[in-house]
Design a binder for this molecule. Structure first.
Ligand SMILES: Cc1cc2nc3c(=O)[nH]c(=O)nc-3n(C[C@H](O)[C@H](O)[C@H](O)COP(=O)(O)O)c2cc1C
Length: 194
């Protein structure tokens, strides 16, 4: 499959990364990611989402304490102090009356992680989060839905995709490289008929 399309290359390259260098991310870059999310497709163009950038050290720690990492890795694992994310973007929903708002969240998250990848950064989307802890720490009003967290930083681990054999569970090898099984193209594609 030809690889001369920059967007495609970025999509192929992106993996969920959970260990990061302790190098800060420029605020302008974080704003750029939110701008990419702002311009994502939105059902009926209702644009119900808002975004909270967190890059303050103390607040990053508070957000970190509300996260659950890599559920398939046993024993229970989370990034060490010197490899934690250096910033977060929290996806907020201002109005959930629209039936399709969760799809808006997914497109926005996708734009953020791909834009981050394009800037040489790494990310991980997290939905298994303690929303009330995050609400309290970031003073997010009750009427705003906290949907998910995107952890960001410069990559300090390797993750590679491989063809699925018998399990969807990602795992780490003896060199701490993460292996992510994905279904094969020929197993998911249907042309003209199922
Ligand atoms: C909706 C959603 C929720 C996720 N929640 C978490 C999470 O709470 N914690 C975590 O470590 N990873 C989480 N992930 C990351 C997935 O584990 C990851 O996308 C999956 O293993 C495939 O790996 P890849 O992103 O490198 O392709 C989430 C991903 C998605 C799309």
């Amino acid at each position: 499959m030809s690889n001369n399309n920059e967007v495609y290359r970025t999509i192929i390259k992106r993996r969920s990364i959970r260990r990061f260098k302790q190098k800060p991310i420029l605020l302008d870059l974080l704003k750029k990611f939110v701008n990419a999310a702002r311009l994502a497709p939105s059902a009926a163009n209702l644009q119900p989402l808002e975004f909270c950038i967190v890059n303050d050290k103390d607040l990053c720690l508070k957000v970190f304490e509300a996260l659950s990492w890599a559920g398939y890795i046993k024993p229970k694992w989370s990034p060490m102090e010197n490899e934690r994310p250096v910033a977060y973007i929290i996806i907020l929903v201002k109005d959930s009356k629209n039936l399709w708002y969760l799809r808006d969240v997914s497109f926005a998250a996708s734009n953020i992680v791909l834009c981050a990848e394009g800037e040489g950064l790494a990310s991980c989307i997290l939905c298994k989060i303690d929303k009330e802890k995050i609400r309290k720490s970031l003073k997010i009003p009750e009427q705003i839905i906290i949907d998910s967290v995107i952890a960001l930083g410069y990559k300090a681990e390797q993750s590679i995709v491989e063809d699925i054999v018998d399990s969807v569970k990602y795992y780490k090898d003896e060199k701490e490289v993460l292996h992510v099984p994905k279904r094969k193209l020929e197993d998911i594609i249907h042309i003209n008929k199922y």
